[in-house]
Design a protein around this ligand. Structure first.
Ligand code: ADP
Ligand code: MG
Length: 342
């Protein structure tokens, strides 16, 4: 019999990424930016986990930290059962092909002096012992897979449109047959008219190659379209994680409610009657987060407790995780770790 219970491919526990702040003549360390400050989640095999939140809340840092593009401050990261959180970069090298990244800005992430062929081939040069002929054949296959004309292999990135450049970036990310891809706002820099094409391409490739995505975006409507489950970040922490439908139908965390109230609801039957929630004040600095809950300075439902004690991130319904004191009474403490979805 087929076992279709979702298995975690990526497991992240209490991940922290703090950047030091230096000042003065002696460049003394005067503080730190807590860009990611204790996040836990799983990414199930074959799923797309959406990671949403406003600009600056730590999404990119989280994605990059999970791929170990940084030496992380604390926490555990495992991929395919292997713990990589504290592994040295040398030891990581043979694991790198498994996990790749598609960047927001294809313009900035492609070397303008290299031909498309050389760009897509580079990971093959670095990580495989294929012959030149085999690599050329593989590059052509990859160009087919992402919908780029093979004839253009000798051209340089500047000769392509934004959407085509993103396809080059995607082909390059696919070159080593990865299992896990972090897509960091892959369409945010593209013209609206071609965003859907690139999203559809990513979905097709996921299906074709059995890929697992962490899909980062500030655009909740887009994430609703593509994600299996969605995690909402605020000021370095995940405040809520839930299956897509549940999150959009019935957001639990006051921050998620506020975010969603600003998104137009396409289905009139579901259109919210409560109207838009306008949050007061600004997002605090990640170098000086508030005491208690990170959201307490702006939360419409704030209680005294929230200004003193940080709420635990816990499962409050099957597959639904939230960090908020409002939900503490209903909580069973059985599973405080990031779970598997119902
Ligand atoms: N390399 C870095 N050094 C210092 N601070 C950084 C660095 N990268 C990101 N930050 C800070 O971390 C916070 C989160 O940034 P980022 O992860 O880019 O957020 P997002 O992708 O959600 O917009 C921001 O305050 C940003 O200024
Ligand atoms: Mg970002």
């Amino acid at each position: 019999m087929l076992d279709d219970t979702p298995k975690p491919l990526v497991r992240v526990r209490d991940l922290k990424m703090h950047f030091p702040i230096h000042a003065g003549l002696l460049r003394r360390r005067v503080g730190e930016v807590k860009a990611v400050d204790g996040v836990s989640f799983d990414v199930m095999e074959g799923e797309t986990l959406g990671l949403v939140g406003e600009s600056g809340c730590g999404k990119s840092t989280c994605g990059r930290a999970v791929l170990r593009l940084y030496d992380i401050t604390a926490g555990e990261i495992s991929i395919d059962g292997r713990e990589i959180g504290t592994m040295s970069q040398t030891k990581l090298r043979p694991i790198r092909p498994t996990m790749q990244m598609v960047f927001q800005d294809p313009q900035a992430s492609l070397n303008p002096r290299m031909t498309v062929e050389a760009i897509i081939r580079e990971p093959l040069d670095e990580h495989t012992s294929l012959s030149m002929a085999e690599k050329t054949a593989k590059v052509a296959e990859l160009m087919d897979a992402v919908g780029l004309n093979r004839k253009f292999a000798k051209r340089y990135p500047h000769a392509f449109s934004g959407g085509q450049r993103q396809r080059i970036g995607i082909a390059r990310a696919l070159a080593l047959n990865p299992k896990f891809i972090v897509c960091d706002e892959p369409i945010a820099a593209l013209d609206v008219s071609i965003q859907a094409q690139v999203v559809n391409l990513l979905e097709d490739l996921q299906e074709q190659f059995g890929l697992t995505y962490l899909f980062i975006s500030h655009d909740l409507s887009m994430v609703r379209h593509i994600a299996t489950r969605v995690a909402v970040m605020y000021l370095g922490k995940i405040v809520e994680l839930a299956p897509r439908e549940a999150l959009y139908r019935d957001p639990l965390h006051p921050y998620t409610k506020a975010l969603l109230s600003a998104v137009p609801e396409p289905d009139p039957a579901l259109a919210r009657t409560s109207g838009r929630i306008i949050l007061q004040g600004d997002v605090p600095s990640p170098s000086n987060p508030p005491k208690g809950c990170n959201f307490c300075t702006r939360c419409p439902a704030v209680m005294d407790l929230c200004k003193e004690i940080e709420p635990d991130y816990r499962q409050v319904q099957p597959g639904r995780f939230v960090a908020c004191h409002l939900y503490n009474e209903t909580t069973t403490t059985a599973d405080q770790t990031a779970g598997t979805g119902a």
